[in-house]
Design a protein around this ligand. Sequence first.
Ligand SMILES: Nc1ncnc2c1ncn2[C@@H]1O[C@H](COP(=O)(O)OP(=O)(O)OP(=O)(O)O)[C@@H](O)[C@H]1O
Length: 212
Amino acid sequence: MLLVDFQKQLDHFSLKMVFELDREILALVGSSGSGKTTLLNCLAGIVHPDAGQISLNGTDFFKSGQKPLKIQKRKVGYLFQDYALFPHLTVEQNILYAVPRGTDILHITELTKILGITSLLAKYPHQISGGEKQRVALTRSLAAQPDILLLDEPFSALDDANRDHCQEELLRIHQQWQIPMIFVTHRIADAEKLADRIMRIEKGQMTEKTVG
Ligand SMILES: Nc1ncnc2c1ncn2[C@@H]1O[C@H](COP(=O)(O)OP(=O)(O)OP(=O)(O)O)[C@@H](O)[C@H]1O
């Protein structure tokens, strides 16, 4: 269970987030600059709230007055909006970079197969397309078997066929792993197809939309 109750002052407004998320898929929608990425960054530990609390399955990620839990200890899978692949590493090295020693590599081989990137493993990021980069970034976010998955516009560069395929696989992985997933999207159709819950963020304030 993810518990979120924090605030953070941004340039033009304050981001105020209060919600709980069980093993569900939550879609975040809202205009550009409304605070969606900042919410994901706070969960991942890249930036910190000013006050409040974030915890996952009883472990405090952030709590006012305490030292925030380090990024490496959070077991968060994060697909960044710009993919953030290391240019000097191959696709395979990019995927393995975030994987702790002792992780079952078989499941990574399986992931590369189902996400259709097996033939790309020896290539470098500049040698592959935007859609391929997005699938590599998705594989990397899943590789360390995280306790929560954060996806910032994970399907934006995919063509219709690849988008459908990756979404089906993501749903299957979600069913198998039973972890909370949060994804940002500008496509309401994606939110309605994948999410159990849809949250709209505008100028740092959230409202939840009923699904169905
Ligand atoms: N660490 C920070 N400190 C202060 N302000 C910030 C910080 N990070 C982002 N901002 C500002 O907060 C606002 C929200 O940015 P954010 O990237 O979270 O929006 P977003 O909803 O993800 O937008 P987009 O859909 O365009 O990606 C922006 O005005 C941004 O300039």
